[in-house]
Design a protein. Sequence first.
Length: 145
Amino acid sequence: MTEIVLLNPNHYPEAGTRRLLPWLASVVAELAPRAEGLGVRFVGDRAMRLTNRQFRGKDKTTDVLSFPGDEDEGYLGDILISVPTARRQAGAAGHGVDRELKTLLLHGILHCLGYDHETDQGEMERLERRLRKRWISERTEGPDA
């Protein structure tokens, strides 16, 4: 069983543990069955921008950052998600924030597993598309979800 820690210091209602933890635990159990731990932190744009600048040299906010863990120690990694950016992206796409957060979590998990869409000739994108069909319910499609 993977220990998953969700941190939501700004108390974003969309990032509630009750809503996301069971779904996330199921996804991790299937995609990374040997993982013993995963950390997720939901932040604002300012914190995301600072982290993106510090670790990637990009002075702008982004939706998700992933920091792969140590496979030998069983730690899958850490995922940082900007909730305000997720809200904007959900609105632009015409679906709910719940769906957007799950999409970003899935994307982050794949990065923690070693996938890199910037270098893999579309492998991660194809896998992510298949996994979204399976793991992200169409019920979260509406803007109010």
